[in-house]
Design a binder for this molecule. Sequence first.
Ligand code: SAM
Ligand code: SF4
Ligand code: SF4
Length: 336
Amino acid sequence: MKDSHGRVIDYMRISLTDRCNYRCIYCMPADGVTSLCHSDILSLEEIERVVRVAATMGIKRFRLTGGEPLLRKGIEFLIEELSKLKTWNGKPLDVAVTTNGAALSAKAKSLAAAGLKRLTVSLDAMDPQIYKDLNDVNFPIEKTLAGIQAAKDAGIPSIKINVVVKRGVNEKELIKIAEHFKGTGIIVRYIEFMDVGTSNGWRLDDVVPSRQIVEEINRVYPIEPLNPNYTGEVATRWGYKDGSGELGFISSVSEPFCKECSRIRLSVDGKLYKCLFATEGFDIRQMLRGGASDEEIEQAIGRIWTTRDEHYSEIRTEETVKARAGKRIEMSYIGG
Ligand code: SAM
Ligand code: SF4
Ligand code: SF4
């Protein structure tokens, strides 16, 4: 199924909760978000139904995110259920989780037992104080690192690290993070700071372009470009020349990848969004709770996708950022 720019839908990001135990300075307001009440958020069974229908339409990759997805009670049950589903051509779904890692030590075993194969942990600094300053709740890095180790020990096969880079905040940490995970099989991915949410005071000057980070790392640890794993992969892949692993760069600001963007997003209260920067979503919850059939839900998703024209990162300027000031949606709600 193609949108109006010929982009094929194959990926859904699902926000399991708008709550978070961190207040990362680039993501969430210090006083948090006004949490939705329980009856407003999709139940795990409703999410499973949307995924089941989406899988028949060619969506094969699903990422559970948030907010902090490990705070959602029953996430293991959902992973187990999704792991039983198949794509339209009979293959298992690719189900991944993105977490801040705070609860990983406690949850790694149960996540692995539920069938989780792919995990991303956000970690923006190695320096304990910078890590605390970034999460803004004084959470110690030692616990997150122990969580990553627990995920490895539990046998989760693919683990990645997400690093959001903000100028003047964690630039000096980037090599240290690469160094820490080099040779471990864990892939570090550097993400350019984006203008999401209402509170991060985004300015273009705060964005460190990926090519600058590539150059810096290359000076210390020589790296070379690698081919993408698949069409539409958002991270540009680089490998250490000594064969000790790979790195990824997600350059949403300096090199937008809208032309290949194949993702749809399901918000915590069941709205489908065509773009991370969309200001309005389509209410699928109403259909789920109003007796709609699977065919009707499929048709609705089809209509949303085939009319999709979004390509915000290609047209972003300081002016578009200002113009959207009052309308921006929080990352935790839409599922970053
Ligand atoms: N709480 C989980 C976590 O932090 O990994 C999952 C949700 S979080 C919104 C998903 C991803 O978005 C994280 O890797 C986070 O670092 C990233 N993120 C949040 N705010 C961002 C921003 N302003 N620019 C770029 N990435 C951002
Ligand atoms: Fe929470 Fe993740 Fe946002 Fe940090 S990036 S505040 S951990 S949702
Ligand atoms: Fe996709 Fe929207 Fe991001 Fe472009 S700006 S890559 S369309 S989510």
